[in-house]
Ligand binder design. Sequence first.
Ligand SMILES: Cc1cc2nc3c(=O)[nH]c(=O)nc-3n(C[C@H](O)[C@H](O)[C@H](O)COP(=O)(O)OP(=O)(O)OC[C@H]3O[C@@H](n4cnc5c(N)ncnc54)[C@H](O)[C@@H]3O)c2cc1C
Length: 459
Amino acid sequence: MAKTLDAIVIGTGQAGPSLAVRLANAGRKTAIIERKLVGGTCVNNGCIPTKTLIASARAAHVARSGADFGVTLDGAVGVDMRRVKARKDAVVQKSNQGVTDWLKGTPNVTLIMGHARFGGPHAVRVNGELLEAPQIFVNVGGRATIPDMPGIDSVPFLTNSTMMEVDFLPEHLVIVGGSYIGLEFAQMYRRFGSRVTVIEMGPRLIGREDEDVSQAIKEILESEGIAFRLNATCMSLAKRSDGVAVNMSCDEEPREIVGSHVLLAVGRVPNTDDLGLDKAGVKTDARGYIVVDDELKTNVPGVWALGDANGRGAFTHTSYNDYEIVAANLLDGETRRVSQRIPTYALFIDPPLGRAGMTEREVRESGRKALIGRMQMTRVGRARERSETKGFMRILVDAATKKILGAGLLGIEGDEVIHCILDVMSAGAPYTVLQKTMHIHPTVSELVPTLLGDLKPLT
Ligand SMILES: Cc1cc2nc3c(=O)[nH]c(=O)nc-3n(C[C@H](O)[C@H](O)[C@H](O)COP(=O)(O)OP(=O)(O)OC[C@H]3O[C@@H](n4cnc5c(N)ncnc54)[C@H](O)[C@@H]3O)c2cc1C
């Protein structure tokens, strides 16, 4: 006998809990199902723990740089990895508990712990029970890709999830993958005191960014002692008495790098392979992402997909924005769409990269007439005062409409400052609005109007 509800949410990622609570507050009986950790990736093994660990790593870095600021320490700076992990665990536990309590304490919401699988277009089976609802929302997220690399089955390796259990200092951490997740772990562990090597298949780091950004990031990380091996296109793994060897049989040297530990950070796959989607008739693309329209509806009426599993974003803010879109359309009579949002994200190395809209390469490829402003962080007073002058800011403007097309801020506070640009883009206002706004001195943001006052044609 099936239990009937008004709505079922599968997964407690960054969209599911908020949506379940909104639906419940609108009087709809809602079940939300989680197979592992309430709060999903961001809370348990993604954004929150990594940024908490990054904060410990930065504290070590600042302590080591104390002498440059006239601050002296008696003895060397040490890092106690057990305490670093305990601090991270405490922050994660609070967030995880907060989401759990919120769901359990909301009338009309039932939190069910178990693995959910579709039993039909409007039916879900969990813990042997069949639930039915006219509306089902899939928020199952993704997990680390385990590459099909020779030797992978015979060596121990780490992923972003198992890294959360590390309470010791790896002597030499080899990170396969030179993109966002890999680079954040690279700087973090280097600052904890490990030797770190990043191995990247492509010719440069974070290939989606402009080339000068990739180069500047490489130089920043190299200046802290991180080693890179690019163009590693033919990798295999092998066990060694002192750790794991990553072999690269391609042309460039070195052909082998042995690490005490290997972290795989080569991408993510959606958690859609064990969800019974075929029973519901929900379509996925070739990579397993659930196909959705601009309002996040799947091909099956009454079934939506939100967050990383729909392939329309890979961030906490895109997942949360998915929730806002679905809730506004279902409950507030609005017509919000995914295509209305401006792509934005950050790379949380130090200094961070804040990004919004198009890259310079994308603007060039679009063929439109554009203006460009570029400024080294050495010109920014706040950066000089803090002795953190690495990086540069770039902004691109449409020459005809005067609207901002995109920006990349690689430098101190770049992840915060990007929002003043993002908000003007979202308002659809010309760049001159921002250029004429008086900003506070001495901040990084005060240089944004200056940058906009010095635009040149993009040639
Ligand atoms: C190391 C790392 C760092 C990151 N840092 C950032 C950052 O700084 N900023 C940022 O914006 N993003 C970051 N991200 C990405 C971010 O974590 C995700 O984009 C975000 O969590 C959104 O995911 P989601 O809502 O799609 O689902 P998830 O958070 O992945 O949650 C999905 C949930 O569904 C559950 N589930 C899956 N299948 C089933 C099933 N069949 N039955 C029941 N439950 C199921 C899972 O157990 C999981 O709890 C990071 C990711 C990683 C890995």
